[in-house]
Design a protein around this ligand. Structure first.
Ligand SMILES: [Zn+2]
Length: 84
């Protein structure tokens, strides 16, 4: 029981990590292209035509690991901009 549960969880984690790294690279690239622009997750998701939930998760990851600063998105939400 424990072994099965652990196996399922580790394959799930591998799947998530793969999706995350692809999404993170898309998010990172777009924020780098638009350095002066603050994006919230919803606007960035719309721009990239991706799932806002996944974009939000990727942005949260990137905010921890990389040099982004928080700012106000033009839509009124809180977003991130690449720090240069
Ligand atoms: Zn926005």
């Amino acid at each position: 029981m424990y072994g099965l549960d652990r196996k399922m969880r580790s394959s799930q984690q591998a799947g998530n990590a793969m999706i995350d790294s692809l999404m993170e690279s898309m998010v990172r690239q777009r924020l780098r292209e638009k350095r002066a622009q603050v994006y919230c997750a919803d606007c960035l998701a719309q721009d990239l035509q991706q799932d806002p939930v996944e974009v939000r998760a990727a942005m949260a990851e990137l905010a921890v690991r990389e040099d982004f600063m928080a700012g106000g998105c033009p839509c009124g939400g809180t977003g991130l901009a690449y720090r240069w």
